[in-house]
Design a protein around this ligand. Sequence first.
Ligand SMILES: [Zn+2]
Length: 379
Amino acid sequence: MDLKEIENIVKKKIEAARDAAGLEAVRIEFLGRKGTMTGLFSELAEMKGEERKKAGQELNTLKQYIMTALQQHVKELEGVALGKLAEQEKLDVTLPGTRPPLGHLHITTQAIEEITRIFAQLGFYRMRYPEVDWDYYAFEALNMPKGHPARDEWETYFVGRGTTRNVSLEHIAEQRGNYIEHPKFGKMVLTPHTSNGQVREMERRKPPIRMINLAKCYRRQSDVSHVPMFHQFEGLLIDRNVAVTHLKGTLEYFARVFFGPERRIRLRPFHFRFTEPSFEVDVSCGVCHGTGYVHNPSQPPLTLRGGEKCRLCKSGWLELAGAGMVHPNVLKAGGLDPKVWSGFAFGFGVERSYMMKQGLRIDDIRVLYNNDLNFLEQF
Ligand SMILES: [Zn+2]
């Protein structure tokens, strides 16, 4: 066969090869042990002298050509592959980015931040006290000695010794009574209110004290209006000559900033063990503006006051918080002389306050912690 013709065939086959495997096939066909070139070289043995020398040179030239062509084409293929890759991974920095979906803070967290901000304007600093604390700070130091019936109002969780997975009811019964107990401070509890921060703060620093303690609380209750874990914020102010008017002014300031400038505060006498006198704090309803009645223009007045009964409140007011002047026994427990120091304290439910701010009467408060985005995304 004419060597020039072989050269052309090789050339075409190499150009047609699309990848490394294709090139290898060409190499085997021409340069392999049983390949075309090997066959041609073996024919040299039958030649002599000048003819053999000339044919040998021509064959070597062709062999060299094939090897070089193969190598070159390998490089070309690599170049094409890299080019494709570059094309695929091309980054156009002028294109607008894909915005990741942006969430928002949970409504409880939003409320906590807002409450903290409002009280900061009045000079209250925020503290966090243990959410697992001793009976002493949760009850005894707050003028509720052991065995006092007032303790029953807080359906308290006590912390037991040792926990087992797959706890059965029988097991719980066995464990009952096996509580962690401190010789001086009593049993360990999940704090049923944030008031445990009061005496702790008095122990930490001398007055004047203006703190809010904002934390999780736990009570053994779960129904449409209660969740076993909820948030409270506790305010404590201790100074010389503190009066009920200071308490009322502070709460009114909070209510106006948090709920709206037209809202008012009402104190109703109540009884708590750790304050004297004690009050329940109401805020005027934002729907009926404290009247208890909503005027509906499409219907004739149904009552003498001219309107329908407000669905949100009871007679114009919403229960907001518990408050009072710090009981002398609590001041003493905190190492303060009640003849010198006086103060007030108040406690709000965070979730409840937030729902009232929104003018919402939620049928089931547990929806706050069900992680239902359809609900949470509305706030
Ligand atoms: Zn109302």
